[in-house]
Design a protein around this ligand. Structure first.
Ligand code: 13P
Length: 249
């Protein structure tokens, strides 16, 4: 059975004091739930966040990592470093990493392999640009992203993969994919996985939606059969909004 997940991607927001304040608010507002709740603070605040939340039902996850295990890669952080402070899950392939840091599916395949080799779970982001949607290429784009970054994985490795469909035109824009648009891509992706592997494996993969999810639209999006939760940006920076999105499930 696939998991329901609501994960907050804090991006490059919140210094240490702000991180601690938001965590303190989340501790008092996030209810006991069957939804897996995760937050991804900045690297500098991961250790403190992990320490504050280690006895709670909120998992602290990372926003990125490097594909190599160690060495002369100035400014980078490895899977082993994340694991050493207790972090077990990493977001990979976010469109902002693709756009501003030139991450390709070929590179992401290596990052995914490194995470899995280190026993970590991955939230793998994919999704089309506005012009790709407008020219009706979104299915093709999404299929290529998954094929190039993930379809080399073994069936067992897929137990460590969560997918997050984040249409780039819906990120931080206030414009959400309609629940029908989300469902259409999620069902398409599940079908592609079933074709490549098998239906049982495809049915076990959680597929999250991300892009302007708010308390007011979460229930409708999460109500779709192939939407297993959300990856939340802006609304995850406010404890009341993030909690409302979790309880919308
Ligand atoms: P917003 O919720 O701010 O649109 O961001 C979505 C996102 O990029 C989550 O990773």
């Amino acid at each position: 059975m696939r998991k329901k997940i609501v994960a907050g991607n804090w991006k490059m927001n919140n210094d240490l004091a702000e991180t601690q304040a938001l965590i303190s608010d989340l501790k008092s507002s996030v209810p006991e739930t069957d939804v897996a709740v995760m937050i991804a603070p900045a690297f500098t605040n991961l250790y403190s966040a992990f320490q504050s939340l280690k006895d709670s039902n909120i998992e602290v996850i990372a926003q990125n990592m490097h594909q190599e295990s160690k060495g002369a890669y100035t400014g980078e952080v490895s899977a082993a470093m994340l694991k050493s402070i207790g972090v077990k899950t990493v977001i990979l392939g976010h469109s902002e990493r693709r756009e501003y840091f030139g991450e390709t599916d070929e590179l992401l395949a290596k990052k995914v392999d490194a995470a899995i080799a280190n026993g970590m779970k991955v939230i793998f982001c994919f999704g089309e640009l506005l012009e790709e949607r407008k020219s009706d290429k979104h299915f093709e784009v999404v299929k290529t992203q998954l094929k190039d970054a993930l379809f080399h994985l073994s069936e067992t490795a897929w137990e460590s993969i969560v997918l997050a469909y984040e249409p780039v035109w819906a990120i931080g824009t206030g414009e959400t994919a309609s629940p029908e648009q989300a469902q259409e891509i999620h069902a398409f992706v599940r079908n592609e996985i079933a074709d490549q592997y098998d239906q049982a494996l495809a049915d076990n993969v959680s597929i999250l939606y991300g892009g302007s999810v708010k308390p007011g639209n979460a229930a409708e999006i999460f109500g779709k059969p192939d939407v297993d939760g959300g990856l939340i940006g802006g609304a995850a920076l406010n404890a009341a909004d993030f909690t409302a999105i979790i309880t919308a499930f």
